[in-house]
Design a protein around this ligand. Sequence first.
Ligand code: ADP
Length: 468
Amino acid sequence: MIYKIFNTIAFRLALWFTGIFTICSGVAFVLFYFLATQTIQSQIDQELLDNASKFSAIIHRNGLVGARELAVVEAQAAGEKVIFFRLVYPTGEVFASSHMFYWKQVHVSKNALQTLVLNKNPIFETILIPSTRQKARILYSYVANNAILQTGIVMDFSAKFLSAFKKVFIGAMGFIIVFSAVSGWLLIRKALSGVATITKTAQNITGSNLEARVAGTGNKDELEHLANTFNSMLDRIEELVKSIREMSDNIAHDLKSPITRIRGFAELSLTHEENLEDYRGMASNTIEESDRLLDMINTMLVISKAEAGEGEFEFKKTNLSVMIKAACDLFAPLAEDKNIDFDQTIEEQIFIAADIKMLQRAFSNLLDNAIKYTLENGRVSVTVFKENNLITIKIQDTGIGIESEYFEKIFERFYRAESSRTSAGTGLGLSLARTIVRQHKGDISVSSRQGKGSVFVMTLPYSNLEVI
Ligand code: ADP
């Protein structure tokens, strides 16, 4: 469970969020701490320099005697524990000082004196008073030609301030870390809750239940977009699964009849004692049914291969007009049998790059349907023309027609409209025709009125020649 939480995006983002928040706050605190120490120290330094100026003024007015008195008085006024004054000659010999009981461990630094004698500029030092463990700021400065003032002040206030600041800092950092971790976790969890909903929906979907959909958040954000994309993907999958189910039902149905018939012939030949002629008839019926089955399976393979882009099409420059005429000649007797008026208007010399055998198969399927689904004394007309780089092959009939809701369905494998179930057929013809035409970068469309007739239009790009 804990391992699972560690692996979540929410946990990792919350960790980042807390880390960045803590680092930023830490940097801000450190900067503030540094600035505060600098300001306090420069205030103390200024106070020490002001004191040195006072001593120089007094010496100027009253001589060293005045300075001696000032040292005692000033130290008493500010507190002898807090401040001291020591007046020394440049040699280091002390000639006056305030009460030094609390400062006896603070000596005159020889190094500081030497540097001061050389440079004349005031010198500051920060020292630790060993007995009280307190920090003190010391100044060495000339107050007269032959007199140097050593004065020191405890940094008590600044130490207190800084230790209070440290406590606030630690407390505040603790609060910031907890607050940023909790608020970050909650915020990120809320932001990612849409992902959890999508995951839950996906988990609820099984092979038999594809109806679940993710509810939108209502905000036009990335998650809403993801939910919509997920839902439309589910719509497509549902449609696909439905069509696969329908197709397998159709396949089962269409394979069942010829196999039952083949079985029937075999049974008949076992149970009845017939003469040789009858056996021959049964054998030839079996072959016919088997051929039909094989033809169906081969057609299915051609469609699947072509749809998967693995079709073995051989494109060659051919005269389309000649191919159409030849196919029409082949079907003319069929039309004649039904006393159908078969009319052809075919533009001459249309050359295209095509697998002409395949294209002939596609055209024949359309023509075969037109004659098959047209009642006796009807009319079928074929028109072929080229216009604006587009070749149009129109097959029009006055047959039984198709309801508009099935215009797309009839191109699916094995689909056969209820009204045409009485005629022979596999339901593969249109599917194969469309696949072949699409391999030639063209398409087939249909318009029809039930009981009035249909028009199938096959279009092919004339620039198809460039395919070679
Ligand atoms: P079939 O072997 O059933 O003819 P097709 O794939 O060629 O298979 O056609 C699919 C279905 O489309 C047919 O079963 C029929 O219902 C409908 N159809 C095709 N062509 C026509 C047409 N010219 N007139 C009416 N219905 C048609």
